[in-house]
Design a protein around this ligand. Structure first.
Ligand code: BG6
Length: 488
């Protein structure tokens, strides 16, 4: 594998948890698999007063569980440099710039820079402003901004943040990360849809009865209470990951599968969401917060670190999302996500309409709806539920499943979401990043629900740790005569 474009990564928040958990392991794997070679360097910045060596050791520590070969790890971390940095201090950007120039020469980086924001969102605008005012932007190479979620807390703050960033970076230089778009099975959705006529022809409201998207987690909020209690599941998972999965499932076929056309298709899609009125929220969305488990061995959400004892923050959301126009008008997209559920499971179940004219249908017989499932994690694969004869002499029908799971060897080849996304940044490919207009429309959809919930006290906790969430989530589907396919 040839080295991708040379580049300097400047990671703001280089001492942070995300950088150590996700970014450094991803960069390391790219290095090990020769996507990065001699021509890359990393500057980690943070407030603390660290030396390069100390920083390198922290990076090595984060790689321990991935690699036991010290030699390659040492080679890799020798590309890492540390810069103690106060984001508000112009002088620090000048020092940073000098170091960037030195490394540019030393590693022949062709003036290519990737500015990676792995810091508190409140600082995104400040840092971007200084990148411009202290002239860190290079004239000849590429300058790309990578930005982690959350991108705003609502439409208004997202717009404000975007305005701030736009003073330094153009839209085609901004890579907004939604790590779900880096997942193997999520990236594969358009390929499935558009390269299999057997799916493409039935992928619309004439054949699909409803779509179910589940992002279930078995873990709780753990140490992230400080962030999470001010966010909640609606902002943390629905506004971004769930919405982007819906877009992968429903955007119109682009003429060519490239960033420009994909984002144009997603734009139209997000613009056609049927935004709820405040009065419609209660009928279409359910919120929940976990309590302890059955034998009380787990703490409830409210007992977690940095969480208000009377917190009204939801750790579970189920909802019914619809479109106003297009190929999926009238098709309910039932979505649910929650912490401390019975299992970790990320999956999509597409339920097709029953064949009402089935010639075999009689009162003793049960022809079922076809269900096509895309299993995203932790297993990966596809299932198709079909109808057939009962085996043997007995008359009647039965369902059977076509089941494909990626093998262990195949799974070993699957890169982490961050690896794919970093390669896309190096290649200048924005297809699997979110464009501002998509995000803005997703926020507009979410804001109505948020506002309604913020003005009504919830009766929390309302589901047990280790359960399937609040029972109201089942009622949401039952009202339409449907039920969740995945039952935990
Ligand atoms: C993150 C959320 O975006 O996604 C976390 O902030 C959540 O709260 C995580 O746990 C889930 O990601 P994954 O890849 O483990 O499904």
């Amino acid at each position: 594998m040839a080295q991708q474009k040379p580049a300097l990564f400047i990671i703001f928040g280089g001492s942070g948890d995300l950088a150590h958990r996700k970014l450094y392991p991803a960069l390391f794997n790219l290095y090990r698999n020769e996507y990065l070679d001699k021509h890359f360097a990393v500057i980690g910045t943070a407030r603390r007063d660290w030396t390069d060596d100390f920083f390198r050791n922290t990076v090595k520590e984060s790689l321990k569980k991935f690699c036991e070969d010290d030699k390659i790890v040492d080679e890799f971390v020798s590309h890492f440099y540390y810069q103690s940095h106060d984001v508000n201090d112009s002088k620090h950007y000048i020092t940073l710039k000098k170091l960037a120039e030195q490394l540019n020469d030393k590693y022949e980086l062709e003036d290519n820079r990737i500015y990676y924001m792995s810091i508190a969102p409140a600082l995104f605008g400040t840092v971007a402003g200084h990148i411009k005012s202290e002239s860190l932007i290079t004239a000849n190479g590429f300058n790309r901004l990578v930005i982690e979620k959350p991108f705003g807390r609502d439409y208004e703050t997202a717009q404000k943040l975007n305005d701030e960033l736009s003073l330094t970076f153009d839209e085609d230089q901004i890579y907004r990360i939604d790590h779900y778009l880096g997942k193997e099975m999520v990236q594969n959705i358009p390929t499935l849809r558009f390269s299999n006529p057997i799916l493409e022809t039935v992928w619309n409201k004439d054949y699909i009865s409803n779509v179910q998207i589940t992002l279930a987690e078995s873990l709780g909020v753990e140490e992230r209470g400080g962030y999470y209690d001010g966010a909640g599941a609606l902002r943390d998972m629905v506004q971004n990951h769930v919405m982007q999965i819906i877009a992968q499932l429903t955007m119109k076929k682009p003429t060519v599968f490239n960033s420009e056309n994909v984002h144009a298709a997603k734009h139209d899609l997000f613009a056609s969401l049927k935004v709820l009125t405040s009065n419609e929220v209660d009928d279409n969305f359910v919120r929940g917060q976990y309590g302890t488990n059955q034998n009380q061995s787990e703490i409830s959400y409210r007992e977690g670190l940095n969480i208000a004892k009377d917190s009204q923050t939801e750790t579970y959301v189920a909802g019914k999302i619809m479109f106003e126009k297009g190929d999926f008008t009238g098709v309910p997209f039932y979505v649910r996500t929650g912490k401390r559920l019975s299992d970790k499971s990320t999956r999509i179940d597409i339920v097709f309409k029953k064949n009402e004219t089935n010639i075999f249908l009689d009162s003793n017989d049960d022809i079922k709806e076809n269900v096509f499932s895309i299993i995203i994690e932790p297993d990966q694969g596809y299932r198709l539920l079909m109808n057939g004869n009962k085996i043997g002499m007995e008359s009647g029908h039965n369902t059977f499943e076509l089941d494909h799971g990626h093998t262990k060897q195949q799974l070993e080849k699957v890169p982490e979401a961050y690896e794919r996304l970093i390669v896309s940044v190096l290649n200048g490919d924005q297809t699997n990043f979110t464009r501002f207009d998509e995000l803005a429309n997703a926020w507009k959809y979410i804001d109505v629900i948020r506002e309604r919930w913020d003005n009504q006290e919830a009766d929390f906790p309302n589901y047990r740790s280790g359960s399937m969430g609040p029972s109201k989530a089942d009622e949401l589907l039952a009202k339409d005569g449907n039920e969740w396919i995945w039952k935990g």
